[in-house]
Structures are given as structure tokens and as C-alpha cells.
Design a protein around this ligand. Structure first.
Ligand code: FMN
Length: 179
């Protein structure tokens, strides 16, 4: 898939986070910072719960990008705050938000941008952060299948695995681990 925006300032990455435990500790240092250093222009969108958990990180996250960090929708008359991203990382993805994405439920801004991206078949890496009991929910496997059939790379593990997968599905920037 070709790049769709942000030519002057670098390729745009839609970085979406939901309320998985620990996101408040690792999202910025483990994922957002290396992505920004690699040359991605970050369009960050948080679920409402993740935004609450990440409140103490808000200023530091915002400092990594020239685009606003979003968790609410715009008013109908307002311009879109983010350009259309070239690729997406959804990390961490909770059981709740994975289900909503697979079903096309866009009841918050984070799920709305992800659903549109899935419809466009934009390159997307999803870090599923789901516990053992949650993963045995009878609908979970089907939800993962829906995402994979749409071309989404679903990974477990941590931010390092996300960075590896992203470099494969969206090799628009050169990762330099020493940067
Ligand atoms: C401390 C804490 C840690 C949580 N960790 C996870 C998790 O790792 N995975 C998950 O699916 N849900 C987890 N949850 C539950 C979600 O936060 C909850 O389902 C929430 O409604 C998800 O909202 P969101 O998907 O809109 O961000 C956790 C909840 C708390 C309070």
C-alpha cells in the first residue's frame, strides 16, 4: 500500500492504545519514543479509559509529535485534527477493544479511526494484551480471525515485537536501534 500523507514531515503512524495493564508505564518509553525517533510522525489516539490512565504522561506523549493526542471526537464543523495515517499500531489492545474492532463498533474515537483503517486495509499491527481467562472467551478466537483475514498482524509479547512487525508491514522508515 502506498503512503497517503505527511510527505514533508515523514510518514504518519496512527498509534492507538487501549486500557491494558501497564500501558501507563511502557507506551511512551517502549513504543512512542522509538517510533518517533525512527521518523514516524505520530497520530496518537487513546480510548477514554487509556486516556485517564495516561493523564500523568499526557505532556510527555504530546511532546513526541506535532499532532494533538486525541481521545474524543471532533465537532462536526471542526477540521480533522489528524491526517490519514500510512500505517497503524494498536497497542495494547484489550479484549474489549479487539471485540469492538472486529465487530466494527466505533463508540469512541480510537475505535472509529481503527475501524476506518481496517476498511481501507491500511497496514496494521495489533498487540493483543489478553489474559488466559479472557482469551478463552468463546468469541475471542473468531474476533482474531476477522482481523487476520483483513490483513492485520496480531502479535503477543511486548513493544519490541510490535516494532519488528511494523518494520515488515510498513517499511517506510529505517529503524536505528541506536538512535
Ligand atoms: C489494572 C487493570 C489492568 C487491566 N489489564 C487488562 C489487560 O491487560 N487486558 C484487557 O483486555 N483488559 C484489561 N483490563 C480491563 C480493561 O481496562 C477494561 O475492559 C476496559 O473497559 C477496557 O477499555 P478500552 O478497551 O476501551 O480501553 C484491566 C483493568 C485494570 C483496572
Amino acid at each position: 500500500m502506498g503512503r497517503s500523507g505527511g510527505e514533508a514531515a515523514g510518514p504518519v503512524l496512527g498509534l492507538v492504545a487501549s486500557a491494558g495493564g501497564g500501558v501507563e508505564r511502557w507506551l511512551r518509553p517502549g513504543l512512542a519514543l522509538p517510533l518517533a525517533r525512527a521518523g514516524w510522525r505520530l497520530a496518537i489516539t487513546l480510548t477514554p479509559t487509556a486516556a485517564r490512565w495516561l493523564e500523568p504522561e499526557a505532556a510527555a506523549l504530546a511532546a513526541l509529535t506535532d499532532l494533538p493526542v486525541r481521545s474524543t471526537s471532533r465537532l462536526p464543523g471542526e477540521p480533522k485534527p489528524h491526517p490519514v495515517p500510512d500505517a497503524f499500531v494498536f497497542a495494547p489492545a484489550t479484549l474489549n477493544s479487539i471485540a469492538k474492532l472486529a465487530l466494527g463498533i466505533g463508540d469512541n474515537q480510537a475505535l472509529t479511526v481503527l475501524a476506518e483503517a481496517l476498511g481501507r486495509r491500511a497496514p496494521m499491527v495489533v498487540l493483543a494484551q489478553v489474559g488466559p481467562e479472557q482469551s478463552r472467551h468463546p468469541a475471542y478466537r473468531g474476533h482474531l480471525s476477522v482481523l487476520r483475514e483483513a490483513g492485520v498482524r496480531v502479535v503477543g509479547g511486548g513493544p519490541e515485537e510490535v516494532l519488528r512487525e511494523l518494520a515488515e508491514v510498513a517499511p517506510f522508515v529505517a529503524f536505528d536501534n541506536g538512535a
